[in-house]
Design a protein around this ligand. Sequence first.
Ligand SMILES: Cc1ncc(COP(=O)(O)O)c(C=O)c1O
Length: 375
Amino acid sequence: MVTVPFTDVAATSRDVWPTIEREYLECLLSGRYISGSRVEAFEAEWAHYCAVGHAVGVANGTSALQLALTALGIGPGDEVIVPANTFIATVAAVIHAGATPRFADVGDDTLLLTPLTLKAAITNRTRAVIVVHLYGQMPDMDGLLSVASDEGLLLLEDAAQAHGAEWAGRRAGSFGAAACFSFYPAKNLGAFGDAGAIVTSRPEVADRVRALANHGRAHGSAHYEHQFVGSNSRLDALQAIVLSGKLALLEEWTNRRIALAARYRDQLGDLRICPIGVDPLARHVYHLFVVRVADRDLIQAELGRRGIQTGVHYPVPCHLQPPLRRYAKGPLPTAEQAAHELLSLPLFPHMADSQVDAVCDALRDVLRCQPSRPG
Ligand SMILES: Cc1ncc(COP(=O)(O)O)c(C=O)c1O
């Protein structure tokens, strides 16, 4: 039986290792692991890649979101709009910053926030919105920025799944007051463990995030001089070396992701499944290749029996997660309906064309065995 894994993180590590081995081992044996020139070098490279002035490396994407909110002055008494269809970390960061999440529904085609769903969620306590570039695609940024500006809201980007994504030719990370990235190993750009970054064009926000993430130490202050109570959320030098090495390969990997997605779309057209829509203005970087299908659980189980590993992102919309229900103000029908139908097919840069074909063959076989449902 052909087996197709959902992803292959180790393949990206094998690719990068020859180019970083010497520097990585030197750093490992140097004993200097926290901050320093390797972190600064990666921050400069990442800011350049995102076409923004400043990047601050931090410990992970969740912390990046919380630090960005705090640095922008969002806290107790403030409401922050988040899409219901996202990973729980987007919402947790709002709560950890002391603010209150308010859920918005998503558009039926892309399953991302839209100007209309954003508008519908605004109240007189709303201070900010976190726009999530879920699966690797940016939503209608022109429309969202225009609503945010009309309503006086800060716009933050959760770009944890969207390294190198674009809207109308402009990079993810360059639209919001700040944008947050995760470098969790399975992300399009992943470390050898947890890591994250905040990018911003505002130097004062970058400085504040840097201080908040380093026990409240201001730039240039002595080791035991603290301007305010911060936390410990720094990027490790070893992770910075890995990220710089992998960044040199990111465009090649992203283009391969895009080519694999096109191959899927060519073959899935005649099947009873519906890939998530892509806006013509978006460069979708396919962190995940997500389709909608009826009887999802059954189809997923049958694919598993045929050796095809799949995922579901996400089976429960955030407003229906038990610890978050108290923030829900009512049903969000599009996110709720989609949660029953979403299925993420394998897609990773080292995937062979023949593996895409094997997934499509298995899907064809599974769907042939399922009676078609009206509607
Ligand atoms: C959309 C989204 N936001 C935030 C995060 C949090 O990132 P991290 O796992 O690095 O804390 C993730 C990570 O999975 C994510 O997918």
